[in-house]
Every structure is written in structure tokens, then in C-alpha cells.
Design a protein around this ligand. Structure first.
Ligand code: DX5
Ligand code: ZN
Length: 226
């Protein structure tokens, strides 16, 4: 199965957002990836809940919330997320990971833990019975267009192997940061199921959204060959 593609909305044309979101919906993207930042957990602020709510009213595309905020438990209950949607929060951002997972499940959504580049996948061990996905950061989070951190592609494979060895092949791996087409091929082969498409691909401006998604589909035919 091809990789699913989640469009990083912070990388869209923010002053022509309606045009972009409608075009992405028409092109058939799988999810909209909403990076929500608080200026503290990461030194940036991007999409707010009001803007996201307006987007959700205008298109019928599944939501993928990536919370880059301290104490995500305070914001999770405010999200408009349901059974087809994804919500992930950073391992390092909360004292109460169990609570965050519970709150996401109360919304009916799928829960994911985000691992920063320095976080080992073994940190997931106490939570693997409860989560539906893991979001692996390939970059230092906060800004689009940053370089890939060394060793992150290998981390996708190691995380996949480790999850499979715990009989958790149902837990999906999301890959966030610096996903370009060539790299997507490898990221998917090594175990990445959902790829965040940002300024390195979908919003680069060298292809239409349709062409970009078609290229991703062509490049991500084969899976899990570690
Ligand atoms: C960064 C965000 C990403 C980002 C990835 O913190 O989580 O969604 O937009 O896109 P690139 O790296 O391709 O700009
Ligand atoms: Zn993100």
C-alpha cells in the first residue's frame, strides 16, 4: 500500500488559504497536518484553533493535529477531532502522557506520541498498548524548510523493527520534516506509513498538487523491506 500523505498547512499560501485547501481536497490528499505551536515549547507560532476551525468548515479532509505545545492536555479537549482524525503530542511536553492519550481517545480520535530527534523509540514502551501511531521528527521542530538530522532515516527502520518485535505492526509511523520525493521512497520502504508533505515537496511550487500526490504514490509503492 502506498504511503498516506498529510499536507502541512503551515506551508500553504496563508494569504490564499481557501484556494490551496480546496485544491488539495480536489487533488485527494489524505489528511491536513495542522502544526499548533505556543511560542514556548517551540519558538514559533503558526496556526490557531480559529483558523483551523474555518478550514474544517470549508473542506472535507481528515484532520491530523500535531501539537507542539507545553501541556497538550489543556488543548486536546478544544480540538474538533473525531474517529477518522489523528492527534499527536510531544513526549517531552507533558508530565501526564496517559492523560493525553485518554483525552484524545475521548474525542474518538487516534492518539500518537511525537518523538523529537533525540528521543529514543524505547520511551514508547509503557504506551504501546494505548497508542495508534508514532510521529517521528526528522528535523528540530518549529519551522518548515530545515535540514534533515543525521540518523533519522535509520530511526524509522529501527522504530519499525522495534514495534514489530513487540507485535505492534498495527501502530503506524508518521514521518515529519524534510520529506521530499526521493526520500519518501526510502522512508516508506523502511516503515513510514504517513508522510508529512511540506515545503520540501507539495508546497515547493514545482508541480501541481495533483502531480505531487501522483509522484508520491509512484514513489511509495513498496513497503517494509528492512
Ligand atoms: C515542522 C513541521 C512540519 C514541516 C515539515 O515543525 O512539523 O510540518 O512543515 O515540512 P518541511 O520540512 O518539508 O518544510
Ligand atoms: Zn508537524
Amino acid at each position: 500500500m502506498r504511503a498516506e500523505i498529510t499536507a502541512s498547512i503551515m506551508c500553504a499560501d496563508l494569504l490564499n488559504l481557501e484556494k490551496d485547501i480546496k485544491a488539495l481536497e480536489k487533488a485527494g490528499v489524505d489528511y491536513f497536518h495542522y502544526d499548533i505551536m505556543d511560542g514556548h515549547f517551540v519558538p514559533n507560532m503558526t496556526l490557531g484553533l480559529e483558523t483551523i476551525c474555518e478550514i474544517q468548515k470549508r473542506v472535507n479532509v481528515r484532520s491530523d493535529f500535531h501539537l507542539l505545545v507545553n501541556n497538550p492536555e489543556e488543548i486536546i479537549p478544544l480540538l474538533d477531532a473525531g474517529e477518522n482524525d489523528l492527534v499527536s503530542f510531544h513526549y517531552q511536553a507533558t508530565e501526564d502522557i496517559e492523560k493525553c492519550i485518554e483525552l484524545i481517545h475521548e474525542l474518538g480520535a487516534k492518539a500518537g506520541i511525537v518523538l523529537d530527534v533525540k528521543d529514543s523509540y524505547e520511551l514508547l514502551e509503557p504506551y504501546i498498548e494505548k497508542i495508534e501511531f508514532v510521529n517521528l521528527m526528522m528535523i528540530t521542530p518549529g519551522f518548515a524548510g530545515q535540514p534533515l538530522v543525521d540518523g533519522m532515516i535509520e530511526k524509522i527502520m529501527e522504530t519499525r523493527k522495534w514495534l514489530d518485535s513487540h507485535k505492534k505492526n498495527n501502530i503506524k509511523i508518521m514521518v515529519d520534516g524534510n520529506v521530499n520525493y526521493e526520500r519518501a521512497r526510502l522512508m516508506h520502504k523502511l516503515g513510514g506509513d504517513i508522510l508529512v508533505a511540506g515545503s520540501s515537496s507539495l508546497f515547493k511550487g514545482d508541480m501541481t498538487f495533483e502531480e505531487s500526490l501522483k509522484t508520491f504514490a509512484e514513489y511509495t509503492q513498496h513497503k517494509a523491506l528492512y
